[in-house]
Design a protein. Structure first.
Length: 490
């Protein structure tokens, strides 16, 4: 009994007896194992790359496994020994190759997106059906004076084996990365793939059809299986070996790149550590210079801490970066460091200075700038800029250079506001502290004259915060330890 289904003939009848060339069978197993190993090797590269490189290795893995399966299948067909000549339709043979590679590529694409057991099983079914299609399309490419049919049970078993082998292969491709594991997995895959092929061959029923014989009544001429199998095997091994060499070269390049990246990361960490150490050194220098200044003018020690905090908050409120504001916080305390060059009779005078004494006192801005400039250290350079410009005025009447408007660096404009605000609210030997209302009125009047008008607006918009900062430090006026801790916390 025979039936036709989906272009295939299924029968329970017997056909011509056949066997297989043992050497070609062994060769087909070798091709399957080598193809499986190559595919697993390239799949490992696929999982370790991304973007275009991942797509490339995905395509190479599909070509290696799909092409290798097809080469094993074709050599297995050439191993068939039967009492009838066999030729092969080139179009169908090529189509079977394309089918194998395409379905394997689809399977790799599916598991690349998701690798759950259900996804791998679904991909295995798809690839298995594709491999089975390749196999039976290749069988249909045989041209011989006979009709080809299949024994239903063995045919079904071959399709099931194809699906199981494909699922196993895809599962291994997502998990096998070590050399020994990859070798053993390749052998397992080869046995599964060849098991599918030879189960399908066992299902083959060849029935001679007299109508397909040559005109002279002979069976005609077939192809020489040995040389053709050798050509297919050499081509397959050559291409697979090229793929393996490419994967090995890529692995070495990736390893070298990884070492370079690691070395670069270490170098960056060392540079960052050096930068942090440099900043710490600069802060330590500033603290020591501040201490030196306090030996000369101890009553303003709290003043420099307060105005530094106020300058920091004003810089943030004015839209400066957090990094710049932090640098200002560190550098601003040195705004009056030049006073260490002012004689004691002027610096420590308990009362208002005479005009000629003011001339001497005003030199502290230039002294401070000369003292701090030229180090090449960012914080000290900023401190030098502040020391030399915080007494400049917006209208150009300030000192020491008579700078006007935006000629005055932003740091000097910010510190000028913080410095005057805190000084007016503080008691000095020559004056009583001003009430807050009077200070606010004065600052509004001096906007555009002494101070940058935009910065004054920003400052007064946040007056409560500035007063709160100042109040906290005033509470700690007689406790230097608390002041140090508060400054460190900021």
């Amino acid at each position: 009994m025979s039936i036709q289904l989906a272009g295939l003939c299924f029968t329970t009848a017997s056909g011509l007896p056949f066997s297989h060339d043992h050497w070609l069978v062994a060769l087909s197993y070798a091709v399957a194992a080598f193809a499986s190993y190559s595919a697993l090797d390239m799949a490992e590269r696929m999982h370790r790359t991304d973007g275009a490189a991942r797509m490339m290795w995905q395509g190479c893995a599909a070509a290696a496994l799909g092409g290798g399966i097809w080469a094993m299948h074709f050599i297995g067909m050439l191993a068939l020994t039967i009492d009838t000549p066999i030729a092969y339709d080139p179009v169908k043979t090529l189509l079977s190759l394309v089918t194998s590679v395409a379905f394997v590529a689809v399977g790799f694409r599916i598991i690349q997106r998701r690798r759950s057991p259900a996804t791998i099983a679904a991909a295995g079914v798809i690839v298995g059906l594709g491999v089975a299609t390749m196999h039976y399309l290749g069988m249909a490419a045989m041209v011989l004076p006979a009709r080809i049919a299949y024994e239903p049970a063995l045919w079904s078993l071959s399709v099931a084996i194809a699906a199981a082998a494909a699922a196993a292969g895809l599962w291994l491709a997502t998990r096998i990365h070590r050399l020994l594991e990859r070798t053993l997995a390749a052998l397992v895959m080869a046995v599964a793939v060849c098991g599918m092929h030879y189960t399908g061959m066992a299902a083959l029923v060849v029935q001679v059809d007299p109508t397909l014989m040559a005109a002279d009544g002979s069976l005609g001429d077939g192809v020489s299986s040995g040389p053709l199998a050798a050509v297919v095997a050499v081509a397959a091994f050559g291409l697979l070996l090229l793929a393996l060499v490419s994967a090995m070269a890529d692995r070495k390049v990736s390893a070298a790149s990884a070492r370079e990246a690691a070395a670069l990361r270490i170098a960056n960490l060392e540079l960052e550590a050096a930068r942090l150490q440099l900043e710490a050194n600069q802060r330590e220098i500033i603290r020591r210079l501040c201490s030196a200044g306090e030996f000369r003018d101890n009553e303003t020690g709290q003043h420099v801490a307060r105005m530094a905090q106020i300058s920091h908050q004003l810089a943030l409120a004015a839209g400066c970066t957090a990094n710049y504001a932090a640098q200002l916080l560190e550098a601003a305390p040195l705004h009056d460091i030049g006073k260490i060059g002012v004689p004691d009779q002027v610096l420590l005078k308990a009362g208002r200075l005479e005009p000629e004494e003011w001339v001497i006192m005003r030199r502290h801005a230039s002294i401070g700038q000369r003292l701090l400039a030229g180090s090449g250290l960012p914080l000290l350079d900023l401190a030098a800029e502040i020391a030399g410009t915080h007494h400049e005025k917006w209208d150009g009447t300030g000192y020491p250079a008579g700078l006007r408007g935006t000629e005055i660096p932003l740091s000097g404009r910010i510190v000028a506001i913080a410095d005057v605000f805190d000084a007016l609210l503080s008691a000095r030997p020559y004056k009583e502290p001003w009430p807050l209302e009077k200070v606010v009125t004065f600052m509004r009047e001096q906007a555009g004259l002494h101070f940058d008008p935009e910065l004054v607006t920003v400052f007064l918009d946040r007056l409560d915060l500035m007063v709160a900062i100042r109040g906290r430090f005033v509470d700690e006026e007689h406790n230097p330890q608390l002041l140090a801790e508060a400054s460190a916390a900021e």
